[in-house]
Every structure is written in C-alpha cells, then in structure tokens.
Design a binder for this molecule. Structure first.
Ligand code: UAG
Ligand code: ATP
Length: 497
C-alpha cells in the first residue's frame, strides 16, 4: 500500500454524493487518514463516531480532537474545539462505507465482486468459487469467516463480514496484488450494519435461510433477518437464487437485480439432475448432471445434497466468467474446504471427517445427510463450548443421540467452565434418546478412541471445531488442530506397532 500521506485526500472529495450537514469548522481540510477506532486516531485524521454494541464512538470525540483529528463524522451532536470540522450524517456506518470506498479509490470498480449471503453454505461456496476461478486463470481474493486471502497473504477473521473500512482496504490490497475478482461472505449483520455499502456487487448469491442469528445484538426477529438478507439484492447487478429455498418470495421482494436460479427444481435455470452418492476408499462424494444454462456431468469429493447446492452455486457464478465445463470439472474434483466436511484419510476401511457443525441445526443437517450413505455405523464426536447457552448442549446431545449410532462426548473450548460439567449437560440431552455414548474428556484421547475403534463402513465425524486450531481454556487459547492430533495419533500407532 502507498504511504498514508501520499494518500492524503480532500474532505469534499471523500464526501462525494453523501447527504450531510456541516455543524462546525471548514470544508477545505486535507485528510491524512480515516479511522473508526479512537486508539488509532492521529493528527489530521477523519474519525467516524460509530454507535456500537458495547460503546458509543461519540464518547471518544474529545479524545480524538485532542489527538489532532481534523474531521469527525457524527450522528449526534458533540462538543469539540471549533477548529475541528464536524459533519453530521444520518448513519455513521453508512457514511463510513461510502467514505472508505472513496478513500481507497473505489477499488470495487476494478474487481468483479461476488457476494454470498444465506444461513448455510457461505464459507464452503466462497472457497469453491475461488478454486474454480483460479483453476481457470483468474486471480481471486476472498473474505469470509475463516480468513481474508489476498494472493499469498492470509489474514485471520474476527467477523464473517468485516467493517466497511476493512472491506475497502482489503479490496484495494487485492487490486494492488493483481486480483481481477473477489468472492466474499455477506452476513445479514454485515448488510444490516452497512459493512458492504458504498459499492454495487456484480453478482449476489442467496443460498438458503433458516431461523438463526436472532437475539441481542443480532436480529430482533426472523422478519428482520429476512429483510437484512434481502438487502443484497438491491445492491447487485445479477442475483443468483436457490430456487428450492424457503422464503424465496420474501427475499426477492424489492430486488433491483437481474434474476437467475439454481437448484433441483424443474423451474431452476441451472439444475442438478441424476444425483448419485459416491463412496470410495475412505471417501464420500456425490455425482450429478448439470442441466439448463450449462450441460455437463460433475463429480465432487464432498458428500450430501448440500454439496450439490454449494457446487451448483459455484458453477452458476463461474458461468458468468466464461469458465469451461472441463475447467469446472477439474477444479471441483480437487476442491477441499478447511473444516467443512473435510475428509481426513486414516483408513481404507472407514471414513473420517472434520466439520464445523457446532449447533443442533447444523449437526442435524450434517448427520441426516451422512445417513443417506447408509454407513455401518455413524459415529459422532463432539463437545460444547463453556460460557455459552446450556440449551445448545442439551440440543446437540439429543440430535447426536437420535441420529448417531455412537456418540463420543468430549471437550470443546471449555473456557471458564469445568469440562465434566459441560459433558454432564450433553448427557442430559442424549438421555432423552436411546443413543449409545462414551465420554472421554481429553479431545485427543477421544479422537484416538474413534480411530482405534473404527469398523469397516463406518463414518466418523469430528464435529464442532472445523477450521479452528485452538482450545480455549480459562481465557487462554492453546494450540489444538485436529489434523495435527490425527497425524500424531497415527504416528504414535506406528511407533507402538
Ligand atoms: C455486535 C457487533 O456487531 N459487534 C461488532 C462491533 O463491535 P461493537 O459494536 O461492539 O463496537 P464497540 O466496541 O461497541 O465500539 C463502538 C465504536 O467505538 C469505537 N471505539 C471503541 C473503544 C475505544 O476505546 N475507542 C473507540 O473508538 C469502536 O472502534 C467502534 O467504532 O464492531 C467490531 C469491530 O468491527 C466487531 O468485531 C464486532 O463484532 C463482534 C465480534 C460480533 O460478534 N459480531 C457478530 C454479531 C457479527 O457481526 N456476526 C456476523 C455474522 C456471523 C455469521 O453469519 O455467522 C459477522 O459478519 O461476523
Ligand atoms: N448449503 C448448505 N445447506 C445446509 N447446510 C450446509 C450447506 N453447506 C454447508 N452446510 C453445513 O453447515 C456447516 C457450515 O457450512 P458453511 O461454513 O459453508 O456455512 P456458513 O454459511 O459459512 O455458516 P456459518 O455462518 O455458520 O459459518 C457445514 O460444515 C455443513 O455441515
């Protein structure tokens, strides 16, 4: 990136088409930097006063003025020395998105932008799109729950969709790194809080919707969740929708984009037909025929109906880039997503996978899907996080007890709680079913048990951790990557032979 002073911009140029009122100070300021965090404020900067979930950024107005901030963007009136320019807008977050886009030189206009929204499938689909596009010679940036990827650089994520300032900064870095496209997860929170305002997506995707993310600091009810997801389709040129999804009409309400659909439904523009489950040595997959806007067969080493949806979505997107069926087939055959039904080879006889399913809804959908493969036994290993709702423990216990042939209850981020107490809560849920279980508090020992007791034809799921590579105990994160644990167990087995 250029040095910050080389980036200096005129205030008026940053405000562009925004509606605002100048409450005090002059409009002829040259801005040295922009920030929404008072701790990063410096002489000559523009500071956004954002009303957050924990604090109100207006409370830092005096502090940033003392640090020499030139301009404040506010919703409410603030008292600061008269030389500080104060600009009032209706919504500081929306203004931050527009000003950040201008600050970074509207990088979205130099990229083909793809935004994916929906309750499930966002992360998986972003990686599938990136794999297909890169296999066809594009350079594609990615922003999502796990990380932001800019060329070789990977930045771990705090949010699925970062604040608008970061979105625009990452876009600018992508342009500089030679990317021609970006695929990003667009959460409903992101849409609600204007994190993706200030530009128009080339392509917007709707995967599906189920009640989720409803509660304090998220959405007040399902209607609000629906409304926020639908906002993407007033902000993209082409919208690609799951024709089979519930509430599609509500999502389409007020859309301003061109509409395309995908799914199993006969009326979908891009369809999956003749779906077949595929089982290999220690692997599971799915094969189907793509019909409609494109026509060719596909095979993918990811299991279940939702893998059809995710790959079909990726195909629908990549069609707009003119990617050939041969390139799509090749990329999908190699595609793997970290911690999302990620198969790890431990035996030719049974299949083991790591999956991020960490609530009852995703665990139920995963186990139901896997049962379609008619395994000898479905074995589910999981734990639940400490300092979180107990309900999740009862519910996940009940789901696993009902659907798995054996549950291995273990630990997962106990935080400040005693792991055994969390396990006891999970047992209450399993107790409502006839499900068989064992409890092994240490996660590595639990995984070793799963591997050593694997029977031919079993499917073993290590649920909950997915891409996470730590265990959080009493405020500290200890390194713990299930892939590493599995390799250690296999290595120890070799030495003990
Ligand atoms: C509820 C919520 O959206 N919180 C996000 C928010 O924090 P916040 O609103 O609490 O901010 P705050 O701490 O109240 O501060 C308000 C303002 O004062 C500023 N401030 C604060 C302290 C200070 O000393 N000086 C200062 O200037 C802050 O920089 C901010 O501008 O801004 C933070 C920084 O950008 C986010 O990381 C944080 O996300 C938290 C981690 C979160 O859990 N968010 C969830 C609700 C979320 O956004 N989830 C979605 C969906 C995920 C999914 O689909 O699975 C996501 O996109 O991640
Ligand atoms: N299209 C889909 N429909 C239903 N379930 C899915 C779908 N895709 C993946 N899943 C299941 O949900 C889990 C989460 O998938 P993924 O991370 O791709 O979704 P997401 O939208 O990013 O979710 P989150 O917001 O929870 O991170 C997967 O591990 C899998 O078990």
């Amino acid at each position: 990136m250029k040095g910050e002073y080389e980036n200096m911009k005129k205030l008026a140029d940053l405000l562009e088409k925004l509606e605002y009122q100048c409450l005090q100070g002059t409009m002829d300021k040259e801005i040295t930097n922009i920030t929404f965090d008072s701790r990063k404020a410096e002489k000559g900067c523009l500071f956004f006063c954002i009303k957050g979930a924990v604090s109100d950024g207006h409370a830092y107005a005096k502090d940033v003025a003392e640090k020499g901030a030139a301009v404040l963007i506010v919703q409410d009136k603030v008292e600061v020395p008269e030389e500080v320019t104060v600009i009032q807008v209706e919504n500081s977050r929306y203004a931050m998105a527009c000003i950040s886009a201008a600050w970074f030189g509207h990088p979205a206009e130099k990229l083909k932008t793809i935004g994916i929204t929906g309750t499930k499938g966002k992360t998986t689909t972003t990686y599938l799109v990136k794999s297909i596009l890169e296999n066809a010679g594009h350079k594609t940036g990615l922003i999502g729950t796990i990380e932001t990827i800019i060329g070789e650089k990977k930045i771990p994520s705090a949010n699925t969709t970062p604040e608008s300032y970061l979105v625009q900064k990452y876009f600018a870095e992508m342009v500089e790194a030679g990317c021609d496209s970006v695929v990003m997860e667009v959460s409903s929170q992101g849409l609600m809080l204007h994190r993706t305002a200030g530009f128009q997506f080339d392509i917007g995707i709707f995967t599906n919707i189920e009640p989720d993310h409803i509660g304090p600091n998220e959405h007040k009810d399902f209607a609000d969740y629906l409304h926020c997801k639908a906002l993407l389709f007033k902000q993209c040129k082409v919208g690609i929708f799951n024709a089979d999804a519930d509430h599609l009409d509500e999502i389409l309400e007020g859309h301003t984009c061109q509409v395309e659909t995908f799914g199993f439904s006969e009326k979908a523009d891009l369809r999956a037909e003749n779906t077949k489950l595929v089982t290999g040595k220690g692997t599971l997959g799915i094969a189907y025929d793509v019909k409609g806007l494109m026509n060719f067969p596909v095979e993918i080493d990811l299991p279940g109906a939702f893998s059809v949806y995710n790959s079909l979505t990726a195909i629908a997107v990549c069609r707009h880039f003119g990617v050939t069926p041969e390139n799509i087939q090749k990329a999908l055959k190699q595609a793997k997503v970290k911690g999302r039904i990620e198969m790890v080879k431990v035996s030719d006889e049974f299949t083991l996978m790591i999956d991020y399913a960490h609530n009852a809804m995703s665990l139920e959908s995963l186990l139901t899907t896997l049962k379609e493969y008619k395994p000898n036994r479905l074995v589910c290993l999981f734990g639940c996080g400490g300092n979180r709702s107990k309900l999740r423990r009862y519910e996940m216990g009940e789901v696993s007890g009902k659907l798995a042939d054996l549950t291995i209850i273990t630990s997962d981020n106990p935080r400040d709680e005693e792991p055994q107490e969390i396990i006891d809560d999970i047992k209450i849920g399993i107790g409502k079913t006839n499900g068989k279980y064992v409890e092994i508090i240490d996660r590595k020992e639990a995984i070793a048990y799963a591997i050593h007791h694997g029977q031919p034809g079993d499917i073993v799921v290590l649920a909950g951790k997915g891409h996470e590579d730590y265990q959080e105990i009493k405020g500290k994160k200890y390194p713990m990557d299930e892939r590493v644990l599995i390799q250690e167990i296999l290595e120890e087995d070799k030495q003990n032979k």
